[in-house]
Every structure is written in C-alpha cells, then in structure tokens.
Design a protein around this ligand. Structure first.
Ligand code: XUL
Ligand code: CO
Length: 433
C-alpha cells in the first residue's frame, strides 16, 4: 500500500439521504435498472492520463500537482500504477483506460518505448489479477511528442507513419494482453494548421490505409474488441479530419470500413463540433456505429476543451436516453476523460471528482430509464410518423415522381400543418429529470 490515499475509505452506496462525502448517494452498482445492474449499464472507467499523468498546467502556468510518481523511470511508473489501482479499489471502478505514454516512461527510441511498455503492462497485468478493475480500452498517444507535430498517419514524412504504425501495434498488443474490450484511435494531430502546406487527398488516403492496417491486425490476432475512432473537430489542430460522427461515418464508408470501426463519442468534442452530445449518440446509433462515450464536459463560456467532470443531470439524461434507446452499451462504457481543476491539488479531490461524476451519471441513467419505461416520448414519436405505416405511403416510396403527381391530382392531396408539440414533449421530459 502507498500512503497517497491514506485515510480515504472505500466508497460505498449509502443512499440519497447520506451526508457522507465519501459515499455514493445514487450509484448503487447492484441496483437493477431496466433488467440490468447499474454497474453493467454504466460501465464506468477511470482515465489514467488525467488522473495520474496530468501535472495541472494551463497555457499560463505549469505544474500545480505534487505527485510522488512524477518523473521518467520504471520505478516511478510502477508507483503510479500502485496508486492508480488503489484509487480503482477505493472507487470500485469497473474499468480504466490508458495511452501508452500514461503508463510507461518515455524511451529514446521505439525499442526502448516498447521495452518500457511491456514491463509496465506485465506489472499492471499482475495488479489486475488481484483486483476487479478491467481494461475498457487502450490507445496510443500519437500527438504529444514533437515527432507527431505534423500528424501521425497523415504526416508528410513516411518515417512518422512507420513510427506511428509500429507504436499502434505495440499498444494493440498491450490492450490485448490486458484483456481490453476496445481499442481507441483519437487523431489529435490528424488534420492541418494551414491548407497552404497540406495535401488533403494524400492525407485521407494514408489515414485510411493506416486504419485498414489496424483492422487487419485486429483480425489477424483474433481481437474480439471494437476498434473505435474518437471524433473531434479541432484542438490541437485548427481542423481535424475526424470532425464529428457523421464525418467519420462518411470516411469509413468511403474506404469500406463502416462495418469494422465504431465511434467513441466525447461530450466536449460534440459541443466543439456545434452539436449536442445526444445528437452525436443518436447519429451514431442511427448509422450503426455507436461504441462508447467519454463523459466529460466543457465550460460553455470558454470555447475550448476543458475536460471537466460531468455535473449536469438533465443534460446527461438526454445522452443516456439515446444510449438506452439504442440498446445500451455492448463493448463500450462511460469513460471519465476528465481532469480535476488545477487548483484541486489534494488526493481527496481526485476521489470526490469521480464520486460526484458517478453519482450524477447514475441519476441521469435512472431518469432516462424512467422516461423510456413511461413510453410517452416514444409513443408521441410513433404517432408523429404514423402516416408512414400506411400501405399508400409505403407504396409511394417504391414509385416515381410521375405516378406520385398523378395520385396527388387524382386524390386532391392537400396536406395540413400539424403541431410538432415540442413544448409538450419538453414538459413530459421535465417530469422525469
Ligand atoms: C482529447 C481526448 C483524448 C482521447 C484519447 O481531447 O479526448 O484524451 O480520449 O486519446
Ligand atoms: Co476523449
């Protein structure tokens, strides 16, 4: 045991009346909601990077967190893993997620990176044997090191493509070794700063080849998890290719990968793309590519990716409503890709940020489930489209403009406007949140 979280008890469910800060008020892992435990619905994951690797910097100042594992050595990386797994136990976190650089020290070259990664993966593997926290997904950080400044798969330099492909192979190996349930690709530098120096066609072709190689390797190794792309419209690049769910789908379809790759949707990224989170989830469900979510939020006034812990039940309920409506998670889950604020320097802050987020998600899930069970919203939607269930409407879709024109003239079809009932539906929604 390390001393980092000393005196912090394991977090247990105590119910809505509890005033104990170190308790769940709403997240009761075993409570059944719509035939499934909350734990199995929500599939919470802790993000290794924000909780254990991020130093608390912002554009105007550096490190504010004093963590005994900061530094670049295998021993410190092991201490970091010890503390991380202590936090997973305190929270009873079912899953965690990592990038290679979060868990291993940085090496001088690919060979040293790989050796470091393998040693830490073995160490983490042993820790997982003794606990109940599993790996939701692994990923490669192909955006922080200077070698990736002009992209990874889309880099004008083929050597960077090679280095990135080799790194992804090692990260997929690590994910498979740890029993990961998905593998994520977030193209942080796959985009451009200026069109003046960018060959869009070549970059898209290379990105597609890269992704096809990932898919081929998955099949070759018999990995059963999902490959997930995480859309984001900009930041760090001025323009990123995986702009939003619809753009990613278009890319997958163009290169014949739409049945191989799904999406990991992040709340803050959806907002940056000018969408709501629920829009992105509904779109992914409609296109058959919904995979997983990063449940963090941005500050609506700041216009950049602040990665805050979720705190808004009505907003999150809309997201879980779409997830439940689509049948719930399969291999995906709720990853807190969120960091505590740079002034939240105490170990307790890390724990309580997750407790609050898990409780808020639980309330949102219960609200969404109650509304779905009530059925009012779905009934209203069915009624609105009921005309399309008639034989005439179905036949029309199989006909052509000339016959439709003849029918409209013959029957004197003259449609009358009908209310969309938005406020009535909003009132219904608000009864449940
Ligand atoms: C960046 C982001 C990443 C991905 C994984 O905005 O969300 O942390 O989730 O690379
Ligand atoms: Co993310």
């Amino acid at each position: 045991m390390t001393t980092f979280f000393k005196d912090i008890p394991q977090i247990c469910f105590e119910g809505a009346q509890s005033t104990n800060e170190f308790a769940f008020r709403h997240y009761n892992p075993e409570e059944i909601v719509q035939g499934k435990s909350m734990k199995d619905h929500l599939r919470f994951a802790v993000a290794y990077w924000h909780s254990f690797a991020w130093p608390g910097g912002d554009p105007f100042g550096g490190q504010t967190f004093d963590r005994p594992w900061f530094g670049d050595s295998l021993d410190l990386a092991k201490l970091k893993a010890d503390v991380a797994f202590e936090m997973f136990d305190i929270l009873q976190a079912p899953y965690f997620c990592f990038h290679d650089v979060d868990i291993r020290p940085d090496g001088n070259d690919f060979a040293e990176n790989t050796r470091n990664l393998e040693e830490i993966v073995d160490y983490i593997g042993e820790k997982m044997q003794g606990g109940s926290t599993k790996l939701l997904w692994g990923t490669a950080n192909l955006f922080s090191h200077e070698r990736f400044m002009s992209g990874a798969a889309t880099n004008p330099d083929p050597d960077v493509f090679a280095f990135s492909a080799a790194t992804v192979k090692t990260c997929m190996d690590a994910t498979m070794k740890l029993g990961g349930e998905n593998y994520v690709l977030w193209g942080g530098r796959e985009g451009y700063e200026t069109l003046l120096n960018t060959d869009l066609t070549r970059e898209a072709d290379n990105m597609a080849r890269f992704l096809s190689m990932v898919v081929d390797y998955k099949h070759k190794k018999g990995f059963k998890g999902a490959i997930l792309i995480e859309p984001k419209p900009q930041e760090p690049m001025k323009h990123q290719y995986d702009y939003d769910v619809a753009t990613v789908y278009g890319f997958l379809k163009r290169f014949g990968l739409e049945n191989e790759v799904k999406v990991n949707i992040e709340q803050g990224h959806a907002i940056l793309a000018g969408h709501s989170f629920e829009h992105e989830i509904a779109m992914a469900n409609s296109l058959g590519i919904f995979g997983s979510i990063d449940m963090n939020r941005n500050d609506y006034q700041s216009g950049w990716d602040t990665d805050q812990f979720p705190d808004n039940v009505p907003e999150m309920a809309k997201a879980y409503y779409e997830i439940l409506r689509g049948g719930g998670f399969t291999s995906g889950g709720t990853n807190f890709d969120a960091k505590v604020r740079r002034q939240s320097i105490d170990p307790e802050d890390l724990i309580l940020a997750h407790v609050g987020a898990m409780d808020t998600c639980a309330r949102a899930l219960k609200s969404a489930a109650a509304l779905l069970e009530d059925g009012g919203l779905e009934a209203a939607r069915d009624t609105r489209y009921a005309g399309w269930e008639t034989a005439d409407a179905k036949a029309m879709l199989g006909s052509d403009l000339e016959s439709i024109a003849a029918t409209v003239a013959a029957k004197g079809i003259n449609p009358k406007p009908r209310s969309g009932r938005q406020e009535r539906l909003e009132n219904l929604w608000n009864r449940f949140v």
